[in-house]
Design a protein around this ligand. Structure first.
Ligand code: ADP
Ligand code: MG
Length: 472
């Protein structure tokens, strides 16, 4: 056995979960999820956190932080004790939902572990009622958790694990006071784990105030240069947004995340892309929850080509299969630049990272080059083929079925309806997302119309359902 009190070097990856003091049932679940080896952050942190120690861990998005805190939390949990024993604070509802999903998958190692998501944007009453029925774990945003504490609907007396996920982002969003309020309602005797992508000063402050002799782990950003092909283009300010369309038409990536520095720039870019017939969506604070869900689902299931976002809106989102990242604006912070481009070229896929720069951005580009330790590779916009008139069209279309978790619809019901009576093949059906009120299914573009007809005429889970394409 290794006794691990210092960060594991990145080379020491590929270690098995079996090295850890986990129950056979938990190991079986990990096996089922095809988590064969630990990610570097998991290998470095689990020996510490499973021993009950406080931890501050810094690692980039997509590195497996959720399981890193979920395993110690679940291992300690007593399912027979009906009280909130663990709480995870997240900056946004989307992130809380992702954490809840991962926790639910891992929690299958035991029977009846109840996990509640408590976020703003939903009415309080159903949350209060669910809390009355008892929960073992709550996942939520600081503001909403604070509301429940103030109204007395959430009792944290039995809490023994507190997780601050995406802590830097919560501080960016101005949650410091809310977090402090919530932590002050937690028992002093507890384990606290703090996860963050960057390590700004505020985090040290939080740690000092609320953690006990935390161990600290930092995993260096390591992108294999070969996997991310980075190119810089110099243009005038007036050409910036058109250049995004030109890049997309030339390289034709299926999924692109386009980063802007401001919300206004996001809106302007969306107009430009839409005028080119490119299917683009944006995430911003003005959207209703249902609309935000629809944006993320369509982007993740490949029925939207471009997601336009600010850094704040995009952080932490777990989006696999991103062919390209475009820095529509160059960020003044080189660390943020490295985060942005790290979204592409994941797993075994290659990825493009394009940066559009004006002469005024050159100082920023210099800072990025220094931090990356390599010269920027400059290319000319004129090299890009603009003659390609074929529209950039996403391969899939998202269909919305009215009826979701409340109607007990499961992904298998929808897949069954499409591949059964309707006669489509598995390959023509993409991701299926079930939300409370709706189910979204991606289908190949060329069968979308027929799929709407057949689903409407047939039955899902024994019932007729209303179906529409999100593109109509
Ligand atoms: P982070 O919170 O660091 O951004 P996540 O926890 O969301 O990352 O994990 C990213 C993805 O990796 C998720 O889809 C998760 O299911 C998957 N994952 C996590 N740990 C492992 C593992 N050990 N083996 C394989 N996949 C994993
Ligand atoms: Mg995360």
């Amino acid at each position: 056995m290794t006794k691990n009190t210092s960060p594991t070097p990145p080379s020491e990856t590929g270690r098995s979960f079996k090295e850890l003091p986990l129950s056979p049932a938990m190991l079986a679940i990990l096996d089922q999820l095809e988590y064969r080896t630990m990610t570097p952050i998991q290998a470095a942190s689990l020996p510490i956190t499973l021993a009950g120690k406080d931890l501050i861990a810094q690692a980039k998005t997509g590195s497996g932080k959720t399981a890193a805190f979920s395993l110690p939390l679940l291992t300690k949990l007593n399912p027979r004790r009906f009280a909130v024993q663990a709480m995870v604070l997240c900056p946004t509802r989307e992130l809380a939902d992702q954490v809840t999903q991962e926790l639910r998958r891992l929690a299958r190692f035991a029977d009846n572990i109840k996990i509640l998501s408590l976020c703003g944007g939903a009415t309080m009453r159903p949350q209060r009622e669910s809390l009355e029925h008892g929960a073992h774990i709550v996942v939520g945003t600081p503001g909403r958790i604070m509301d429940h504490l103030e109204r007395g609907s959430l009792n944290l007396e039995a809490l023994d694990t507190l997780v601050l996920d995406e802590a830097d982002r919560m501080l960016d969003m101005g949650f410091y006071d809310d977090i402090s309020f919530v932590i002050k309602h937690c028992p002093a005797q507890r384990q606290t784990m703090l996860f963050s992508a960057t390590y700004p000063e505020g985090i040290a402050g939080l740690a000092k105030k609320f953690m006990r002799e935390p161990q600290q782990i930092t995993l260096e950003e390591k992108h294999e240069a070969s996997k991310i092909r980075q190119r810089f283009y110099e243009v005038s300010e007036g050409e910036r947004l058109q250049t995004v369309a030109t890049l997309l038409k030339h390289f034709r990536p299926v999924s692109t995340l386009a980063f802007c520095n401001t919300k206004q720039q996001c809106r302007d870019l969306l107009d430009v892309l839409q005028s080119h017939g490119i299917k683009a969506l944006t995430l911003n604070g003005d959207l209703e929850q249902r609309e935000r869900d629809q944006v993320l689902i369509q982007f993740a299931n490949r029925s939207c080509s471009v997601l336009v976002a600010t850094d704040v809106a995009a952080r932490g989102l777990d989006i696999a299969q991103l062919e390209a990242v475009i820095n529509v604006d160059v960020t003044p912070d080189p660390e943020i630049h490295i985060h942005r481009i790290g979204r592409t070229g994941r797993a075994d896929e290659d990825g493009w990272a394009f940066s559009i720069c004006t002469p005024a951005d050159m100082y920023r580009v210099d800072c990025i080059a220094k931090m990356m330790g390599s010269e920027p590779e400059w290319h000319l916009v004129e090299e890009l083929k603009t003659t390609n008139d074929a529209r950039l069209v996403p391969p899939m279309v998202t269909l919305q079925i009215l009826g979701g978790r409340k109607e007990k619809i499961r992904p298998g019901d929808v897949l069954g309806a499409l591949t059964g009576e309707a006669g489509f093949t598995r390959e023509q059906v993409g991701k299926i997302n079930v939300t409370d009120m709706s189910t979204y299914v991606a289908v190949a573009r060329n069968i979308a119309r027929e799929a709407v007809k057949k689903l409407s005429a047939g039955k899902v889970k024994g019932k007729t359902v209303k179906v529409r394409s999100l593109e109509d």
